[in-house]
Write a protein that binds this ligand. Sequence first.
Ligand SMILES: Nc1ncnc2c1ncn2[C@@H]1O[C@H](COP(=O)(O)OP(=O)(O)OP(=O)(O)O)[C@@H](O)[C@H]1O
Ligand SMILES: O=C(O)[C@@H]1CCC(=O)N(CCc2ccc(Cl)cc2)[C@H]1c1ccccc1Cl
Length: 327
Amino acid sequence: EEWEEKGAAVGVRQETDVNGRPVLKHVKKGVKDFHFGRTLGEGSYSTVIAATDRQTGKEYAIKVLDKRHIIKEKKVKYVNIEKDTLNRLTDHPGVVRLYYTFQDEQSLYFVLDLASSGELLGVLKQMTTFDEECTRFYGAEILDTIDYMHARGVIHRDLKPENVLLDDQMHVKITDFGTAKILDQPKKPPRDHEDGGPETGSPMDGADVNRAKSFVGTAEYVSPELLTDKQACKASDLWAFGCIIYQLLAGRPPFKAGNEYLTFQKIVNLEYQFPKGFPAVAKDLVERLLVLDPARRLSVEHIKNHQFFDSVTWGRGLWRQKVPQLK
Ligand SMILES: Nc1ncnc2c1ncn2[C@@H]1O[C@H](COP(=O)(O)OP(=O)(O)OP(=O)(O)O)[C@@H](O)[C@H]1O
Ligand SMILES: O=C(O)[C@@H]1CCC(=O)N(CCc2ccc(Cl)cc2)[C@H]1c1ccccc1Cl
């Protein structure tokens, strides 16, 4: 009998108890409720598979994590962070939604929105570069989603075109929250070392004693403050946002060198140039985001009011408008 897991009940069934009295049974989805289809992709600790709910016919992406591998690689903390973060970010069109979680002997399952048009990075590579209109549209949807995350006390910490997925209508779906930071966790007694991660207080915490000293995202998008004083803040996501805007228009990220160390050097020395023909208004925006001091970087509000986004209608309207033809 599949019993309700804490707060995870998704369905209710009417039954009668031994005295013939009606009783409501909470049932939880499981593997058998889905028809598993094609593999969408592989991660270091996960496989993502397209699946259809047998009762409703709705399509999902199910992320399957191998328990043994996660424990061996000491990634249990990231699993809990991903779940806790996704459970906080449930009502915004720009975030991949987590519908159910369940498990069996070998695996953990996360039932997610299916983003069937793949990664923004893949589309950018096909196009080489985006024109201003497409950059403005995708920049606006990404920024609107960052605004929502930050308002819910979540810093993504690893924003990049690979983690910006696209749904069947080519709207943005941001994913990969395993390395996110949840800001307003109730303060736990200080630990002997700080990795910047949230105090999840989950039973897994104690088990995961040698936590990563500090998480660093993907080299090309890492903010200078994360490299110098190991502290990420909301402005770190806006640094990555600046790198993404630059990359959509230029076809490559602003800081890229032969190896990670050289890339880090370019970042902390703010060593980057704009290609010829880079639009002036976009250049001004990027220059106000790629600022070494996080306190001097544009805030979300100021970015929304920047001339580059003049024609954008922020809010729900943004997500209802037709996506621009990628040309
Ligand atoms: N909701 C989704 N819809 C469609 N495709 C997805 C979805 N989530 C992930 N994918 C694809 O599946 C692949 C694996 O994603 P996953 O999040 O498991 O690992 P990853 O984050 O890409 O890798 P790593 O764990 O090493 O960072 C990725 O290429 C991604 O594009
Ligand atoms: O937090 C939860 O929602 C439940 C609580 C009950 C439970 O046993 N799990 C799995 C805990 C877990 C985490 C990592 C590994 Cl490698 C194994 C088990 C949690 C879980 C179930 C399914 C999918 C993800 C998770 Cl974290």
